[in-house]
Write a protein that binds this ligand. Structure first.
Ligand code: NAP
Length: 245
């Protein structure tokens, strides 16, 4: 079992109601971390609330719609109350949305905008908002990790066909956000990476996907655990291999 992050630090996961986000919360709790899990509708997040009951005092569930400025501001206001003086050692910008069935000729502006808000501008602005709570590098510990769940579909170099344009454009924009956040936070020793989880069996990935959520998350946590300052601004897959932008 991998080690939890430093005892004084906590993890913040977005989009934790289901899929990879829920699995991140499960595995972080299992290894002893303290987690702030966010989702759009905490009252309906049965699996998360069960986990909170099983791990008293180690999991806080807070509302967050990452695409909403008001919701992000509310989270930033509430965060110090649950952190109780601790900092964040890991921010997982996991919430994401994929619009299926798009065809060239009928791509809707509203789908492009929704993808940009949830996949790109939302996580960028959330990271900016919670930056004061991210742990700085110190003599005995590395700086916080900001892991942005990206996708190989957002790689310009890998696009060989017209597919899921709203998602592809949103994730490509998110990738630029990851690089820029890495530059902005480098003086504090905070590491920002874009991570591709593989094709994973979740609501988004579908039943045909090749990888179980548990396997994808354990592989990604192993990659995250190995990161150091030199990795900031990189685009990595679940084996830690570099992907082309
Ligand atoms: P999923 O099963 O569709 O779950 C998406 C999660 O994001 C849900 O918890 C959902 O919450 C949340 N979410 C959506 N819009 C949100 C918003 N505006 N504010 C807050 N939360 C929101 O997707 P997944 O497969 O777990 O994907 C997780 C991440 O991995 C995404 O960023 C995705 O792009 C990336 N990824 C996945 C795959 C794959 O094969 N699965 C591949 C590459 C990258 P609700 O329950 O409220 O809807």
């Amino acid at each position: 079992m991998p080690e939890p992050i430093h005892a004084d630090l906590q993890c913040l996961v977005t989009g934790a109601s289901r899929g990879l986000g829920l699995e991140f919360v499960r595995q972080l709790l299992a290894r002893g971390d303290r987690v702030v899990a966010t989702c759009r509708h905490p009252g309906r997040a049965t699996a998360l609330n069960t986990l909170a009951g099983e791990h008293p005092g180690r999991l806080h569930v807070l509302p967050l719609d990452v695409s909403s400025a008001r919701s992000r501001d509310e989270l930033v206001r509430e965060l110090p109350l649950v952190l109780e003086g601790a900092r964040l050692g890991l921010l997982l910008n996991n919430a994401g949305v994929l619009q299926g069935g798009e065809r060239f000729g009928t791509v809707a502006e509203s789908d492009l905008e929704a993808s940009l808000r949830t996949n790109a501008t939302g996580p960028f602005l959330l990271t900016q908002g919670v930056a004061p709570f991210l742990a700085d590098a110190g003599t005995s510990q590395r700086g916080a990790i900001v892991a942005n769940l990206s996708s190989e579909i957002g790689s310009l170099a890998r696009r060989t066909e017209f597919r899921t344009p709203s998602y592809a454009i949103g994730k490509a924009a998110q990738n630029m956000g990851s690089v820029l956040l890495g530059r902005a936070l480098a003086p504090r020793g905070i590491v920002v990476v874009a991570l591709h989880p593989g094709w994973v069996r979740t609501d988004m990935g579908g039943a045909q996907a090749t990888t179980a959520a548990g396997d994808a998350v354990s592989a990604l946590l192993a990659v995250i655990d190995r990161l150091d300052a030199a990795d900031s601004g990189r685009f990595l897959d679940s084996q830690g291999r570099e992907l082309p932008w």
